[in-house]
Ligand binder design. Sequence first.
Ligand code: NAD
Length: 352
Amino acid sequence: MVFPSMEDGDHEQVSYFTDPETGLQAIVAIHDTTLGPSLGGTRMLDYETEADALTDVLRLSRAMTYKAAAADLPLGGGKAVILGDPAELESEALFEAYGRAVDCLGGRYITSVDVNTGVEDMDVVARETDHVVGTSEGLGDPSPITAHGVFHGIRACVESVYGSDSVAGLDVVVQGLGKVGRSLAEELLARDASVTVSDVDEAAVESFAADHDVDVVDPDAVYDQPCDVFAPCAIGGVVNDETIPRLECDVVAGGANNVLAERRHAEALRERGIRYAPDYVINAGGLITVAKEHLGGGREEAYEEAEAIGDRLREMIERAEDRDTTVLAAAEEYAEERIDAAERVTPAVPTQ
Ligand code: NAD
């Protein structure tokens, strides 16, 4: 039953596509286009059931609406899933067919990369549609810009806790030394923070520690490490019932998606007196970068806009304090106000 699920989440449109020749089975969910065309990546996964794929795409597309609105972008929320095993499915013909599927939505949905899809796939999609970003013609790897936004978000959080936005002398633990974590650690070190790093990939830790003045903590001990700021930049769900009582920090603010195992964990952090920067607000630098590709502009402008994440977060923190609520609730309210106040760019069901 698709309609009840769509109506539950206020989704505008869900489109199913099949192409028997290539094995393509895709679902595109457009959550909300009040602020502009929907933008969100294409995830390729071997879902257990079709219902799981629908649930995922509805959840992810809705999250994109909030992420774009909270980043003050003139974009709505959408997402797509391609059902199947990436190892068996990946083919140029499949992504060409998928490109035609995206194209027939007439620009209401703009696609990009996500789990198990990459720049080379988007290059193939771009043969069939203009409604794609994250191609090799685009602005390049967004990760350093994501990290730059996270850095400014951390500054806003520490200011709300310690009264100064300087990170000099603060102890920051960076979990995950991937594309975002490495850039963030370097930016923190450049501003004289004292940085501790952690990664399950020992080689990544060793090579980073060889070139930088950092301490290292075992991945399992990362939650017990006393610090001022814990910056999760690896995987989702790391703030949960088991880890919250262990945290020895004043701030949780990092680049990872879905940091909280469940929404209620924002309140649990607040009860422990830990400032939490909502992930979709602080890690919006990646979306800001791909949005620039669509809206026009270069990397420099994307860096500047990512810097503004700090001020936006300050506003949300202030709002949360005024309302005696979590910053997550304040961020949702901020995004909903933007959508409610906007005049629709296109109707939910477009005219031709
Ligand atoms: P990445 O794959 O380059 O790096 C992830 C790193 O985390 C890897 O080094 C991996 O070994 C490490 N890791 C995995 N599990 C771990 C664990 N349990 N403990 C410690 N380390 C662990 O990914 P990335 O692009 O740096 O992204 C990191 C996070 O930020 C992801 O959650 C991603 O969804 C999110 N994010 C990234 C961007 C971006 O621009 N790249 C934008 C928004 C959000």
